[in-house]
Design a protein around this ligand. Structure first.
Ligand code: GLU
Length: 422
């Protein structure tokens, strides 16, 4: 399995080379400012204590307070969290918001825990890191398998510990808890703006543009819904249990129906999109695997789950003309090279999924100013930021004749480097 942190550093080196980055600044950007490892003892429902390992990596705060989600996943590693915190710093700089980069993670299979166990784990995580966070220091948010409800619990635990309210300590909260309008679907919405801009560059109209989405969590499911609403043809979707393909197009409302049933804590669903095959009456619907979905001949492939799914093993088999990376780190550097050689245009994660952190920034801004913006205000601001970032990245790509990932890194590293004092 390729190491996400070494992958991230190779991306940094590539951008540094192009702009002849000052070697001292390059050196600084190679390490996180701080990484903490914690043990979280949790009383399980049967009375036993189980200890979970967790991390928080604060990578860089040159542009603003550390910012980044917390993920609950059995595959979390310290190197993954470090890489993700670096990508957060790059991502915030790509969209030009005044935030730095951080990330947290806990090694856990959350679907195997009860609601009470998840609550005790989430409070336990904050008990171990509360001194490091705050609206003026480091602002966590949701990531893989963490939900708005979990953010509300974490805010509550933090405020109990510090003894005062601080709604901006965490973002991605439920609206009634200080959350922002639009945050729940903002990662997808930002990705949709990128799809629209990309379609314009390729001269594609939505009705004829075929799309496959791998991953049906918060990002993937909203992406399918919004793109379908705009007339794009979603021909395949998948989740951790497998996928479904229909050349005539899939209505995401069907998946919604299945996945909603029995969900816990706002996102741990019991259904799977594979069940669409059984209930579908329209057209040639068939089951496909998570590997097959990546190799479909579509206009746009959207990996929306985890990192390292497009690798040296399958990169040559990718038939999609373009890729919009809604997941963080789905493509390894080796795969990236192959795809670039094959002429596949990739809108990289640090741009394509930056809508989430952008609306998190809006949420934090509203919290510290005591304001509440309408959904329309939020989406207008988001659209402007995403389109400007897309344009910046596209023009740097043209200027240096490089791929979009490298140009996004160039754009971000230039912004951060300008502000680092050495
Ligand atoms: N977890 C999301 C990401 O990877 C959002 C982070 C945030 O809102 O701070 O971009």
């Amino acid at each position: 399995m390729s190491n996400p942190f070494s992958n991230a550093m190779r991306q940094l080196d590539k951008a540094a080379d192009i702009i002849n980055l000052d070697k001292n600044i390059h050196e600084i950007l190679k390490s996180p400012d701080r990484v903490v490892s914690i043990s979280i003892p949790v009383k399980m429902d049967n009375g036993d204590i189980k200890v979970f390992a967790g991390f928080r990596s604060q990578y860089n705060n040159t542009l603003g307070v550390y910012k980044g989600g917390i993920r609950y996943h059995h595959g979390v590693t310290i190197d993954e969290v470090k890489a993700l915190s670096f990508w957060m710093a790059i991502k915030c700089a790509v969209v030009n918001i005044p935030m730095g980069g951080a990330k947290g993670g806990v090694i856990v299979s959350p679907k195997e825990l009860s609601e009470g166990e998840i609550e005790r784990l989430s409070r336990g995580y904050i008990q171990k890191i509360w001194r490091l966070i705050g609206s003026d220091k480091d602002v966590p948010a949701p990531d893989v398998y963490t939900t708005p409800q979990i953010m509300a619990l974490m805010r509550d635990e933090y405020e109990k510990l510090v003894g005062h309210t601080d709604p901006g300590v965490i973002t991605g909260k439920p609206i009634e808890n200080g959350g922002s309008e639009g945050r729940s679907f903002s990662t997808a919405q930002g990705g949709v703006y990128c799809v629209d801009e990309l379609a314009k560059k390729m001269n594609w109209v939505s009705e004829n543009t075929t799309i496959a989405i791998q991953g049906y969590g918060n990002a993937g499911s909203h992406m399918a819904r919004i793109l379908h609403g705009l007339g794009y043809k979603i021909v395949a979707i998948s989740d951790s249990k497998g996928g479904v393909y229909n050349e005539d197009g899939i209505d995401p409302a069907k998946a919604e129906q299945i996945k909603k049933s029995g969900g816990r804590l706002g996102c741990y669903c019991v259904g799977t999109v594979c069940d669409i095959v059984d209930i579908s009456t329209d057209g040639p619907c068939r089951a496909i695997s998570n590997d097959e979905i990546l190799e479909l001949d579509v206009d746009i492939l959207i990996p929306a789950a985890l990192e390292n799914v497009i690798t040296i093993e399958n990169a040559d088999k990718i038939k999609a003309k373009t890729i919009v990376e809604l997941a963080n780190g789905p493509t390894t550097p080796e795969a990236d090279e192959i795809l670039n050689k094959n002429g596949v245009v990739i809108v990289p994660d640090v741009l394509a999924n930056a809508g989430g952190v952008t609306v998190s920034y809006f949420e934090w801004d509203q919290n510290v100013k005591g304001e509440h913006w309408t959904e329309m205000e939020v989406l207008n601001k988001l659209e402007k930021i995403m389109k400007n970032a897309f344009d910046d990245v596209w023009s740097i790509k043209e200027k240096y004749n490089i791929d979009m990932r490298t140009s996004a890194f160039v754009s971000a590293v230039e912004r951060i480097a300008k502000k680092i004092k050495i």
